[in-house]
Write a protein that binds this ligand. Structure first.
Ligand SMILES: NC(=O)c1ccc[n+]([C@@H]2O[C@H](COP(=O)([O-])OP(=O)(O)OC[C@H]3O[C@@H](n4cnc5c(N)ncnc54)[C@H](OP(=O)(O)O)[C@@H]3O)[C@@H](O)[C@H]2O)c1
Length: 296
């Protein structure tokens, strides 16, 4: 693994057992505690945002997270750790369309720590790759993309009735598991989680967005924690480029504001690595007015 400047720890009130990080990952990140209950999955979001709250530049060829974080090595390394610890990584179809060559493995996030990530999964007793979960109402997916055709990475598409029919018509192979979570979309976060759990006893689930999908998880009261990399960049918006923030398609405040609890702050250069608990909002699931109109 190429050397990464270790993060400077300011504050950490996270709970749970420490991940058995191999030495180089531990030197770079420090101790990473994760609560993973037996009774239900622990759901963790991971995002990068600019200082002005932009998570995607929404320009073809420049829409990936790397444009937001400046391809920051600490951010990539942490993304890899979370994927390496995860049983499943969940993304929306919009995120897949923005980075069509991507696969949601730790190695893909930060190739230079591939061996350390493999070792972490071995120590955790997990299979080589986490389940990659793609969420789509429409089922309009290009099944030739690497995430579907690697032959190595297990993949699940969680969709609607129409979406499932469209995938069959597109020639979906048996290696791509497809679960119809609801007859119509948008899919609730609970139905997505039920679909993921139908494939196995998954304990740690990482939601990597995008903004519409994470909105469903906040709406459903299904997100336990958020890892947020705050990049020291101002991206800007105008009438033509109404770039999304962390959540799209859902409105919470002022009627139902969701307040997180800061549990971790680390610094790498001018990037901040923040960790918020949203466990207290889990019982507060509701349908926001915007989602009732069918916005996924
Ligand atoms: N900065 C970051 O950390 C970060 C992280 C992730 C993504 N992003 C960026 O965010 C942008 C994409 O934004 P986005 O909001 O379009 O992403 P998204 O949430 O991944 O994609 C939206 C699409 O995903 C499907 N979807 C999401 N939630 C659903 C639900 N509850 N039920 C059914 N289908 C659901 C729908 O697909 P169908 O249209 O097929 O029905 C929907 O149109 C990209 O540029 C990406 O790079 C940034």
């Amino acid at each position: 693994m190429t050397r990464v400047e270790p993060l400077e720890l300011f504050f950490d009130e996270s709970r749970g057992p420490s991940l058995p990080l191999p030495t180089r990952l531990a030197k770079a990140y420090g101790t990473l505690r994760l609560t993973v209950p037996e009774s239900r999955p622990w759901v963790v979001g991971n995002f990068a945002s600019t200082l002005d709250g932009v998570v995607s530049l929404e320009i073809p060829g420049h829409s990936g997270g790397g444009e937001i974080s400046g391809s920051n090595p600490n951010d990539r390394l942490l993304m890899g750790i979370l994927r390496a610890a995860a049983d499943a990584v969940i993304v929306g179809a919009g995120t897949l369309r923005a980075v069509p060559g991507h696969v949601w493995t730790a190695q893909h996030a930060y190739p230079s720590a591939a061996e350390e990530y493999r070792e972490l999964r071995r120590r955790l007793g997990k299979p080589e790759y986490p389940l990659n979960v793609i969420v789509t109402s429409s089922g309009q997916l290009d099944l030739r993309l690497p995430v579907f055709s690697s032959g190595q990475i297990p993949v699940l598409v969680v969709t609607t009735g129409i979406g499932a029919r469209r995938l069959v018509a597109a020639g979906s192979q048996p290696s791509i598991r497809v679960i119809t979570a609801q007859s119509r979309g948008p899919l609730s976060a609970k139905s997505i989680l039920n679909a993921v759990r139908a494939l196995g006893d998954h304990h740690l689930l990482v939601v990597e967005g995008g903004p519409h999908l994470i909105g469903s998880f906040f709406e459903g009261g299904c997100l336990d924690e958020l890892f947020l990399t705050l990049a020291p960049q101002i991206a800007g918006r105008d009438r033509l480029r109404n770039r999304p923030g962390l959540v799209a398609g859902r409105v919470f405040a002022p009627g139902h504001p969701l307040w997180g609890l800061l549990v971790g702050v680390r610094r790498g250069g001018s990037h901040l690595f923040l960790r918020f608990s949203f466990e207290a909002t889990r019982s507060r699931s509701f349908r926001s007015p915007s989602s009732r109109k069918g916005d996924s």
